[in-house]
Design a protein around this ligand. Structure first.
Ligand code: AP5
Length: 224
């Protein structure tokens, strides 16, 4: 398998985490989901967690310099030398520019940006029914992807809870932030010829199929 340096882009709740977990298993690449990294930092009461918590609770973006530092550390590590999957980063144009700069320094470049797109209406529906497990952050939906046993994670058995930022008023603010600050990245990457749009309103399995087909094409191109 050739080295793949991938970004998963898309509105909150479009299915980046759901597809990211599957991709990680398929490709065996390190998977850096900034939301998960920040939630772990908040739980551990670390410096980064203390800086991020209020922003996250309000549905605001965490300042660029905090996020850029988090990702730069990981990309510089040996773990990511044969490729990576970024989920939730970059989320602003300055973050995207900092990522380009860091990859240039490392003599690398992006393979592709996968936009998992969705409508605001579908997102509100999804986030109101999302449940995540307390220990591992595994993701479910009460209607679209329910656990085998109600209220418990299939993978680690821990309790399923509602994320603090999935409250309706916070979800609408997250969507506003997405349209204002993150959606400009669609054009940013389209202009670089890196953007690949996937329809995210299909079922999780159909979205997964589209992602797999795209990855096969990218792998062939990278290998040729
Ligand atoms: P983050 O955790 O990254 O939140 P997000 O981007 O808003 O994405 P979500 O995790 O909400 O959704 P998702 O697209 O992964 O969807 P999922 O697969 O779970 O970030 C949280 C916060 O951290 C931000 O608000 C910000 O404060 C901060 N932050 C993080 N990165 C940052 C950065 N770079 N800069 C600044 N701040 C940053 O799916 C959602 C639900 O739908 C689930 O219930 C799932 O089961 C269901 N579902 C998934 N796919 C389908 C489908 N195809 N059909 C039906 N249901 C589906």
């Amino acid at each position: 398998m050739p080295n793949l340096n991938l970004i998963l882009l898309g509105p909150p709740g479009s299915g980046k985490g759901t597809q990211g977990e599957r991709l990680q298993e398929d490709l065996e690449l390190p998977y850096y989901a900034t939301g998960d990294i920040l939630r772990a930092a908040v739980k551990a009461v670390s410096d980064v967690g203390a800086k991020a918590k209020d922003f996250m609770d309000r549905g605001d973006l965490v300042p660029d310099e905090v996020m850029i530092g988090i990702i730069a550390d990981r990309l510089e590590s040996n773990e990511a030398e044969h490729g990576f999957i970024l989920d939730g980063f970059p989320r602003t144009v300055p973050q995207a520019e900092a990522l380009d700069k860091k990859l240039r320094e490392l003599g690398r470049g992006l393979t592709a940006v996968i936009l998992i797109d969705s409508t605001d209406e579908a997102i509100i529906n999804r986030l109101s029914g999302r449940r995540v497990c307390l220990d591992g952050g595994h993701v479910y939906h009460v209607d679209f992807d329910p656990p085998k046993t109600e209220g418990a994670c299939d993978i680690d058995g821990s309790e399923l809870i509602v994320r603090d930022d999935d409250k309706p008023e916070v979800v609408s603010h997250r969507l506003e932030q997405y349209h204002e600050k993150t959606a400009p990245l669609i054009d940013f990457y389209r202009k670089q010829g890196l953007l690949n749009r996937i329809e995210g309103t299909e079922t999780p399995d159909r979205v997964g199929e589209s992602v797999r087909t795209l990855i096969s094409t990218l792998s062939l191109e990278e290998g040729s």
